[in-house]
Write a new protein. Sequence first.
Length: 555
Amino acid sequence: MPALTAKGLLNDLAATQRRRFTLAVISGMVAGALTWVQMGLFAWLVSALLVNTQPLARLTPLFAVWLLLLPLRGLLTYAQETLSQKASLVIRKQLRQRLLDHLAALGPVRLASYHSASLSYQLVEQVEAIDGYFAHFRVQLWLALLLPLGVLTITLTQDWLAALFLLLSAPMIPLFMALVGMGAEQLNRDQFAEVARLSGHFIDRVRSLTTLQLFGQTRQAEQSVRTASEGYRVRSMRTLRLAFLSSAVLEFFSSVAIAVVAIYIGFGLLGYIDYGPADELTLFSGLLVLLLAPEFFQPLRSLAQRYHDRAAALGAADRLTHLLNEPLFTSHAHTTVAPPHASDTLIELEGASVTHPGRGIVLGPVTQQLARGEAVVVTGASGSGKSTLLQLLAGFVAPSDGERRPADALRFAWMDQRPLLIQGTLADNLRLAAPRASIDELHQALESAHLGELIKRLPAGIDTPIGERGFGLSGGQAQRLALARVFLSQAPLVLLDEPTASLDEDTEQAVIAALQTLRHAGRTLVIATHHPALMALTDRHWQIRDGHVLEVPHG
């Protein structure tokens, strides 16, 4: 499958809202046509009053029609903007969901090479950067092509020489817009990359603020952030300077072209020009051409004002395609959609191997079955592949060879030594596993994880706020809070990577008791550990030696 490009991504997204964009273009075209009708009426009224000396009373109905066209134009312009804005909103939702689905498919192992601040910036700011392209530029691009053609056709029926002046000046504007736009597109790409780096740089300094203070490096850290911010400011001003330059070029050429047409019309009506159709100019035709000349350039001027939206969207899309082009699997092997051979088997590995770039095969080939309700302990030397085996069972990594066959719609719960805890209340953290859980269910999960007594001592109970990464809780309390989420998840498969590492004896016993409860509840447990008490909970023992998973007698 060919790699997705920035333009390809924007075109794919636009195709999902083709109907709205078409209606927006039609609304803009009709609004433009009504503008031409108004100018024709105005030119005819002036000619009728000054040349034909018709009484004003006879022309009053035409004035009324001219006035009625104003609100109708406004409604059509409103419809154009509303349709474009709605299409842009839907597209941004679709793109954000597409990115989230892709991130979920990549899994935490593949995303370890991405900085969280950079990913957050892409999901929020870079997705928002395409708003102007879909809300304004894309529709205006069609209007900039169709409306000037309409004006040129009307002008051609009145005076072919004036139409020739407009036709000769028209190519200069898109030419200079393209020349300026190529530079703006590259600048926007560089700017988005700089902001992503700046986001990661800043959040790294914030997270390590305590360490920096301990080593007296806060001033140096402040200076590094200041330097990075100054680099972003310089790039932003360079982009703005280029945008103003493109607008100035457009205004210059459109003003010169309108002035040439005005001079031609004026001298033609005065009789100083007798070449071509100048002798046939009337007040009506001359005034109509003069009124239409600015309308010939207005769509192009509006396009130029939105041209930086295109450059910003291409720059953002270029960064987003790097993420979307990240392959979900690094090999030809994949997880099969077929269920395990045995109905009571939860997951089955058949000749499955895991390969890491630059390291070769780090695990496998593995051929094992995991039945429902089993508890398995995984042991092995440090770096032997215990965590990799858990990641393979979870689907975080794909087998480079062989097959992984999970049960249909297999759900799993994951718990390691560093549980993910967010800034919010205890209840917020619990609901990461079960968003619709009731208060009673939350308390029951906390009791099962042996955190009930702690919650009772807290004034705010489960509404007690904690900081990012569990700030305000001890290591053991954080582990048990993560374990409470496992109870809430109701997942049939529970994967645990050293769940009792670095815990004191009392907390360790509480965690082991909670795991015993899970075991009795019929959950399937896979525990990577060397702890004798945890090993006693299990009925099977997998030992990893030289990348191979061996079944050893348990006892």
